[in-house]
Design a protein around this ligand. Structure first.
Ligand code: NAD
Ligand code: DAU
Length: 365
């Protein structure tokens, strides 16, 4: 299959100061093939400019990199940036399910209105390309396995399955995807969608399971396990998630969605056991707390569509997890910065009553 976006391409990466976006930017620029990257990021509590230090401190990469602080829902900001791009990778989103349950609005603003604003700007460029005024622009929407909803064992979701989101976060992601699909069908935009599974690795905000439990364990704080801890997730290293997105950008067929599966299904209890071992703690610091409302029991995807094109994950969980714990142990300043701002208020709201009602867990059960 021919490459769609080759060396020297000008890429607009939204959400590039976040966890997956910053890894993607590091990978794209480290190829040193002339690719130019502009990051558009609102720098919400989840965005951190320091995540891009590696590229900003390398003169050759910094020369091919630009950072713009702003909102993807701001048309006047987005339009000139897309006019200069060969491809747009929309990584920006509000991403934490628990926050979407507390306050859904920001999820819809970025996940639906923001996507619509980006697509309108791409449509304008598509029309210019139709008049021969520029080359076509490709749009890649980063989505999630959560759009499939709760998947009963032993089933695995395939790309043609219906979308059945069950949290405000997942509903906003599904809505964003449907808009992308509609713009492809109606206006003929060149658009592709990726659906990644649960991602872990360095630079992930400590609101998510693995960094929260790692940093709490390092600090000797309790680990709040929702319910029985038997919910299943499919773990994908951030380096693999970013390389899967890049692969779909270059090889994906227009109009198609691609699962980026980690192919490593684990119940939360097993992940917690591994984190306790890696941080030198035991089950006495784990508390079972009241469950997340509407908590999906299991996500599982079939990754064979992308494998048939030639991409598979390459980082084994047995290597990636201890390396991730080591990264957090070595970056106390990064953790302190992520656990600043609204962190204490969020933590009290999300976990105050839960931890008060929490009970000890028998780790041998
Ligand atoms: P993150 O929360 O770490 O980063 C999100 C970034 O987007 C931040 O830098 C934030 O400042 C920026 N942002 C938010 N709203 C914005 C707006 N309106 N305009 C511009 N920038 C904005 O997220 P992540 O975990 O890196 O996830 C990135 C993408 O991958 C999201 O689309 C998410 O739905 C998807 N995804 C994540 C996972 C996962 O496990 N983390 C798995 C599958 C898919
Ligand atoms: O599946 C992909 C999705 O993975 C992404 O689209 C989301 O952006 C990302 O946040 C993640 O969603 P999850 O809800 O699966 O991830 P989280 O880390 O919040 O939780 C993982 C599991 O751990 C889930 O079953 C809930 C549980 N959990 C989580 C937290 C934060 C706990 O038991 N205790 C907690 O304190």
């Amino acid at each position: 299959m021919s490459e769609r976006v080759g060396p020297g391409a000008r890429l607009l990466v939204t959400g590039g100061a976040g966890f997956i976006g910053s890894e993607l930017v590091r990978q794209l620029l480290a190829r040193r093939d002339g690719t130019r990257v502009t990051v558009l990021d609102k720098l919400t509590y989840a965005g951190n400019r320091a995540n891009l230090a590696a590229v900003e401190e390398d003169p050759e990469q910094a020369d091919r990199f630009a950072f713009v602080r702003g909102d993807i829902a701001d048309a006047s900001l987005v339009e000139p940036l897309i006019a200069e791009a060969d491809a747009v990778l929309n990584v920006a989103a509000e991403t934490h399910v628990d926050r979407s349950i507390l306050d859904p609005e920001a999820f819809l603003r970025t996940g639906v209105i923001g996507v619509h604003v980006l697509l309108e700007a791409v449509r304008r460029e598509h029309e210019r390309a139709g008049r021969g005024d520029r080359l076509p622009v490709r749009f890649l929407q980063v989505s999630t396995d959560e759009v499939y909803g709760d998947i009963e064992a032993p089933r695995r979701s395939v790309e043609a399955d219906p979308l059945a989101p069950r949290s405000p976060y997942a509903a906003a992601k599904a809505a964003g995807e449907l808009l992308v699909r509609a713009y492809g069908t109606t206006y003929g935009l060149d658009a592709v969608i990726t659906r990644g599974s649960n991602t872990y690795g360095p630079h992930q905000h400590p609101e998510k399971l693995i960094p929260l439990f790692t940093t709490n364990a390092l600090e000797g704080e309790p680990l709040p396990m929702y319910g029985d801890g038997m919910q299943v997730r499919d773990w994908l290293h951030v380096g693999d998630h970013a390389s899967g997105i890049d692969f779909v950008l270059r090889h994906g067929e227009s109009g198609e969605a691609y699962n980026i599966a980690g192919d490593h299904l684990l119940p939360n209890r097993e992940v917690i056991g591994l984190l306790l071992a890696a941080t030198g703690r035991d089950w006495s610091i784990v508390r079972t707390v009241p469950d997340r409302p509407g908590h999906d029991r299991r996500y599982a995807m079939d990754g064979s569509k992308l494998a048939a094109l030639g991409w598979r994950p390459s980082v084994p969980f047995a290597d990636g997890l201890p390396a991730t714990v080591a990264w957090y142990r070595d970056h106390p300043d990064w953790i302190a910065s992520a656990k600043s701002g609204d962190w204490d208020a969020y933590y009290a709201r999300q976990y105050g009553d839960r931890l008060a009602a929490g009970r000890a867990v028998d780790g041998t059960a």
